[in-house]
Design a protein around this ligand. Sequence first.
Ligand SMILES: [Zn+2]
Length: 448
Amino acid sequence: MGQTKWTMKISTWLSQQTKPVKWGLAGLLSMTLLLGVVSGVLANTPCEIKVDGQVVAVAANKRMAEVVVNQLTEQQRQQLNQVTLVQKVSFERTTDRPVQVLPEAKLRQILAEKLTFETTAVGIQVAGEVKVVVADKQTATQVLDKLKQTYQVDPDYRVSFQENVALVDLPVLSDKVLTGDAALKKLLGQGEGPRLYTVKEGDTLWDIAIAFDVSPEEVEKANPGFTPETMQIGQKIKVLGALEPMISVVATTEKTVTEDYEAPQQVKKNPNLPYGTSRVIQAGEQGRKEVTYQIVAVNGLENERKVLQKKILKEAKPQIIERSSQVMVASRGISRPAGAISSAYGSRWGRQHQGIDIARSYGTAIEAAGAGKVIRAGWFGGYGLCVEINHGNGVVTRYAHMSSVGVKVGQTVQRGQFIGKVGSTGRSTGPHLHFEKLVNGVPKNPTA
Ligand SMILES: [Zn+2]
C-alpha cells in the first residue's frame, strides 16, 4: 500500500514538473539534469517507517529504511524456515520539518523491537502441554536425546520419560523459538527464574539451603528484605538455580551388591532384674548378604529401590537382651537410632556433614529417637523422603533418604515408634539412614 502511494506521488510530481519543458537538446539536457536533481532530492528525503499504520521511526531516506527491514527479515530467515512479517510495514516520504532522522544502528534497534515475525516451529509437548518451542524436528529430537543423556548415570541405565512427550508443529512468533541449548536448559529447570518454597514448621534457613543444594547466603540474596529470624510458616521464599524440571527422566537399572546387615534386637523381660536395668545375654553379630536391586532414579535422584533377589552369605545373629519388667518412666531424652556409623558428623568431602549416616539395610525399620510431634513427612529436596520430629525445647530430629514414610504430619510419636523404612531416596549413594539432630535450627552432633 505504501509502495503504490509512494510511486504515485513521484509520478504526479514528475509529470507536473516536466509539462513546460520543450523537447530538444536543451530540453533533454535539462530533463536529465532535473531527473538527477529529483533522484538526488528523493534519495535524501527523510522517510517515515510505519508499522501497522503507526510511525515508529524516520530514516534518512527510503533506501536505508528498506535495507534495514530487509536485513532484519533475512536474519530471521537464516535461523528459521518460512518466516512471515506479522505487521504491515510502509514507507512514506515526509514533508514535515524538522524531523528526527535516526542513524542506521538506532533504526535497526527500534525496528528489531517493533517488528514481529511468525514462523512454523516444533513444540515439545509434555503431558499435553507445549513447554518449549524449537526451530525444527531435528533440533527437538536432539534436545530430548541430550535430556536423557543428562540423567543416564552410566550405560547400564535404561532411560525413558515419565510423561507423555510428543512433538507438534505449530505457528508461533519467532521470538518464542529457542535454540537447542536454551530449550534443554529450560526443560532441565536450570536458570530462568526462581522456584518457590513454602516454609513449613521447624524449617530453618539452613534446612532449606541444604535441601536445595544452595548456600544460605544465596537464599538471602534471592529474597531481598528476608531475614531468617522473621521466617514464618507458609511464607514463600525463592530458591534460585533449582527450578522444577519440566520432564521427568526415569533411569532404571539393576545392581547387585553385597552388604552387611543386622538382625533385629530381641528383648526378653526378666522380672528378677533390678528396676530399670538390662543385660546382654547374646552378643549380636553382623551378617552379610548379596542383594540385587532394581533402582529407579527420576531426574538423577533415586526414588525407588526394589529388592529383586536376596542371598544370605552369612546369617546375622541378633543381640538378645534381658530387661527388667518394670515399666520405665517415659524418657524425655533423645537417643540416636542404633547401628554402625558409616559417616560421622562434621567435615566430609570438604563440606559439613550435618548429621550422621547409620549403616542399615534397605527397608529396615526406622524408630523415633524420642517422643514428639511429626512436623515433616514427605519429599524434601536432596534429603529425599524425609521425616522430622519436633521433641519440644527447640529439639528436632531428622531422618532422611527413606524408602517409605510411615507417619503423617501432626501425628505424635513415642520414642522407639516406627516412622518409616531405610532407603536411598534423594541425594544418596546407597541405602543408609541419615540422621540429624537440630537444636533451635542448628545441627548438633547427635552422638555427643
Ligand atoms: Zn548423611
